[in-house]
Design a binder for this molecule. Structure first.
Ligand SMILES: NC(=O)c1ccc[n+]([C@@H]2O[C@H](COP(=O)([O-])OP(=O)(O)OC[C@H]3O[C@@H](n4cnc5c(N)ncnc54)[C@H](O)[C@@H]3O)[C@@H](O)[C@H]2O)c1
Ligand SMILES: [Zn+2]
Length: 371
């Protein structure tokens, strides 16, 4: 097992990565929360619970299991009305300020659970037990919690750090292969922007990692978390360095919005976005051709990426609405070699269009691409 310590101005907490964490969860939670008479509540989805309840409950007394709150999966359910319903359920079950919430699931459960914990009685403790690769390498760490509005994803939320994160890589065994690949694109991102060693590992060990080989998976998950923990430790509220985590996300978010979140998983959209940003970097010479080729090759090795049939104007339109644009300034993260990235603010419309067109050309459905 590896332990990564997250240290920000607002919080300090451990992230545990390893095998067999679920069956010993109660002791592990007591170790971070203390043995005070904790009332434990679990937020999860029915699907995850049906797969993993036995392992989860193993360490809890049979006559005193934690109370379980259910939340249906899907971005359309990550809404304030769900937070209100769950808060009512907590109140109904007499949760109080000393209660602790366990967010057990993918990034949606983690974001919504974290937000519920942030506002229930003005804030209760919670821990993250992420069960998707994306949630383990990315969303469970960093303290961002929230819900969607009709106007866009994650438009309401708050920073609320967990007491600890328990990333049990055994829980990934039931994850569909496509979800696993989608999460791995965030690890590839971590390698490109800040960890050349992780990047080389991902390059060399694609087969083992895609097959879920435990040692390789543990290394990738731990290294990705370490990268994010360092960045968040330096810039908790995304005023500077944390922006590099948005590599691939400017056009990635635009792809998600322009396809109404229906065609691609988040990680897949980010993968296309990283390809576009790399081509932009290549045109600006922030990155050499051989390095850009390595980046694209790794991304494609973790594919296949779903093709995109999208007019460039629709994509550019969505990109200009992105909430990461601050005060009308479009920030763009470009790779600067392997393991390094720069944030630029002066990307012109023409440059963005060229990068988007070039990426969309590669992303065309095959029959069309061969025309
Ligand atoms: N807070 C942050 O910093 C941050 C960062 C990145 C993403 N996010 C958020 O994360 C969310 C996406 O998270 P996600 O990709 O984990 O999606 P998700 O939570 O929807 O999970 C994906 C699917 O996998 C299922 N699943 C989860 N664990 C499983 C398991 N072990 N076995 C089988 N099936 C399992 C889920 O039920 C769901 O159907 C988005 O809402 C995004 O906004 C947040
Ligand atoms: Zn992302």
């Amino acid at each position: 097992m590896k332990t990564i310590q997250v240290k920000t101005g607002g919080a300090e907490y451990p992230v545990f990565v390893g095998r067999q964490l679920l069956p010993a969860l109660r002791r592990r939670i007591e170790r971070v929360a203390g043995k005070r008479a904790l009332r434990l509540f679990v937020l999860t989805s029915p699907g995850i619970w049906s797969l993993w309840a036995d392992a989860f409950l193993e360490s809890f007394p049979h006559d005193d299991p934690p109370s379980v709150l259910f939340f249906d999966p899907g971005e359309e359910n990550k809404r304030l009305r769900a937070v209100e319903r769950l808060a009512e359920q907590l109140a109904e079950s007499r949760a109080d300020r000393a209660s602790l919430l366990i967010a057990f699931g993918g990034g949606i459960v983690g974001d919504l659970g974290g937000f519920l914990a942030a506002i229930f009685m003005r804030g209760i403790d919670y821990v993250q037990v992420p069960t998707t690769l994306l949630a383990q390498v990315d969303s469970s760490v960093g303290g961002k919690t929230g819900a969607n509005l009709a106007h866009g994803k994650n438009l309401v939320g708050s920073f609320h750090h967990p007491l600890a994160v328990f990333a049990d890589i055994d829980a990934l065994a039931t994850l569909p292969a496509r979800e696993r690949r989608a999460g791995l694109f965030e690890s590839i991102k971590a390698g490109i922007i800040r960890d050349a060693k992780l990047f080389a590992f991902l390059e060399r060990n694609a087969a083992a990692i895609l097959a879920g080989e435990p040692a390789a998976t543990e290394y990738v998950v731990a290294a990705s978390i370490k990268m994010k923990a360092e960045v968040v430790g330096i810039d908790e509220h995304e005023n500077g360095l944390r922006m590099i985590l948005n590599y691939g996300h400017t056009l990635g978010h635009a792809i998600e919005a322009a396809t109404r979140y229906k065609t691609l998983l988040h990680g897949e959209a980010i993968a296309w976005g990283m390809i576009a940003a790399t081509r932009l970097g290549l045109a600006r010479k922030t990155i050499a051709p051989a390095q850009a080729a390595r980046i694209e090759n790794v991304i494609l090795a973790y594919g296949p990426l779903p093709p995109l049939r999208l007019p460039v104007d629709r994509l550019l339109d969505a990109a200009t609405r992105d909430k990461k644009n601050r005060g009308g300034v479009r920030r763009f993260v470009l790779p600067a070699g392997i393991g390094n990235a720069v944030v630029v603010e002066d990307v012109t419309d023409a440059e963005l269009r060229r990068a988007a067109e070039s990426m969309l050309h590669s992303a065309k459905p095959r029959a069309q691409a061969e025309e």
